[in-house]
Design a protein around this ligand. Structure first.
Ligand SMILES: Cc1cc2nc3c(=O)[nH]c(=O)nc-3n(C[C@H](O)[C@H](O)[C@H](O)COP(=O)(O)O)c2cc1C
Length: 208
């Protein structure tokens, strides 16, 4: 059984990025009938506040201190959320660009799960190292004005795919494929381009 975690980061019912990821998922399912799919919509999921207790619990792990009672409670909540992520073999993300970066609900989710001893370690002399092994990520990316083929600061800067990649890399996920439909708005043929991106999405992701 291959476990895929599908993380939806657009709140739109007619989301372009979700349409790309859906097409990719349908093709993956057809190629790998042993795929089990867990869907995590960051807009519907109850994400606890990353409060002072959780920050303290995180910093205690980083600095090698024991958790007190409040931190133990906070850390067990974090661990439960992170374990769902850790359990997956493949990550499929649908992520629109928001203000140059990712939607805040996805950042909230990442802040909850990206934890020392769970997703990464930190070695003072060599830096961060990822704890996730043998994972694959597929990221479906959309933006209204920003174009990766003709990038210009006048249309924004990509802190969207670059952030997702560097976060995943830091967690140990280096096998990353992208599906892009950009730009979605400043596009002479939005429908045709979206259809072409959906068709391309069907060929992404080799599952063995
Ligand atoms: C809050 C918000 C911020 C956005 N910021 C950007 C941006 O910085 N650059 C850009 O090119 N498009 C931006 N857009 C446009 C979306 O990226 C674009 O409409 C995308 O296709 C939405 O994808 P979706 O249909 O999957 O939600 C923004 C849209 C919203 C709602």
């Amino acid at each position: 059984m291959i476990k895929l975690l599908y993380i939806k980061a657009s709140p739109r019912p007619d989301s372009k990025s979700v349409a790309l990821a859906d097409a990719c998922l349908a093709a993956l399912k057809a190629r790998a009938p042993n795929l089990s799919v867990d869907i995590l919509d960051v807009w519907r999921e109850k994400l606890p506040v990353f409060d002072g207790d959780k920050v303290d619990a995180k910093m205690s792990v980083v600095t090698g201190r024991r958790h007190d009672r409040r931190q133990r409670t906070a850390w067990s909540e974090i661990t439960a959320i992170a374990n769902r992520f850790i359990a997956a073999d493949i990550y499929l993300f649908a992520v629109p660009m928001w203000n140059g970066g990712i939607p805040y609900r996805l950042k909230h989710y990442i802040d909850l799960i990206h934890q020392p001893g769970l997703l990464f370690g930190l070695e003072p002399s060599t830096g961060y190292f990822g704890l996730l092994k043998n994972k694959k990520a597929i990221i479906a990316l959309t933006s209204g004005a920003y174009s990766p083929t003709a990038p210009s600061p006048a249309y924004g800067v990509d802190h969207h795919s670059t952030y997702l990649r560097s976060w995943l890399n830091q967690a140990g996920v280096t096998d990353i494929e992208e599906i892009r439909f950009q730009p979605t708005l400043l596009n002479p043929d939005p429908d045709g381009s979206h259809k072409a991106a959906i068709a391309a999405a069907s060929h992404v992701g080799v599952v063995s």
